[in-house]
Write a protein that binds this ligand. Structure first.
Ligand code: SF4
Ligand code: SF4
Length: 184
């Protein structure tokens, strides 16, 4: 099994490559100062350096980009980066098909981790990490075989191995719809 649910479902931006600044849409309606579609790198993102970084991170609030501080990937960024690292794929250097696969898998993983992190304990106990990992692993392998899978198809593949996930209640009122996969 190649995908692991981290003990701590929290972002670790030092172990990531600014995936959230590219893989998810960032729209004015969600509090961003842009209207980027998912897959479109933010204009403030510096991808020329060894690692990616936000050019305006220190003054995000002054510039009206408060939504960037509020975004939480619940640990999906490092997990997805690590999975693709093992294949020698980095989004900054990948071809378009690999990039789209990586971003789609990030959106699925973030959606799943978000739901796990926010589920009340009595519901969280209904879904084991192993079931989630099997679901993500299957989606990951499916994506590699068929890179043009879309988010909803990938979620369906995830559910084949982890149908228990649907027992978790939707606690995502703080997450904008455009940042979630359009599944369920
Ligand atoms: S995807 Fe997560 S870990 Fe990566 S930069 Fe964004 S918030 Fe940080
Ligand atoms: S403003 Fe900075 S932190 Fe926000 S999406 Fe753009 S690059 Fe990322």
């Amino acid at each position: 099994m190649s995908i692991k649910v981290p003990d701590l479902l929290a972002a670790d931006c030092n172990a990531c490559e600014s995936l959230c600044c590219v893989a998810v849409s960032r729209k004015e309606v969600d509090g961003y100062k842009s209207n980027c579609e998912s897959g479109e790198a933010c204009a403030n993102l510096d991808i020329t350096c060894l690692q990616t970084g936000c050019r305006v991170y220190g003054i995000l609030d002054q510039l009206g980009w408060e939504a960037c501080h509020k975004f939480d990937c619940y640990g999906a960024g490092p997990v997805v980066k690590s999975a693709f690292d093992r294949l020698g794929i980095s989004w900054r250097k990948a071809n378009q098909v690999d990039r789209e696969s990586l971003f789609a898998f990030f959106r699925l993983t973030r959606f799943v981790f978000n739901r796990l992190a926010r589920a009340p304990n009595q519901y969280r106990a209904l879904v084991s990490n192993q079931q989630v990992e099997q679901g993500l692993d299957r989606a990951f392998k499916s994506l590699l075989l068929n890179p043009l899978n879309d988010d909803e198809q990938m979620f369906e593949v995830f559910l084949i191995e982890c149908p228990q996930f649907l027992l978790l209640p939707d606690m995502n009122e703080d997450v904008s719809s455009s940042q979630m996969i359009a599944a369920e």
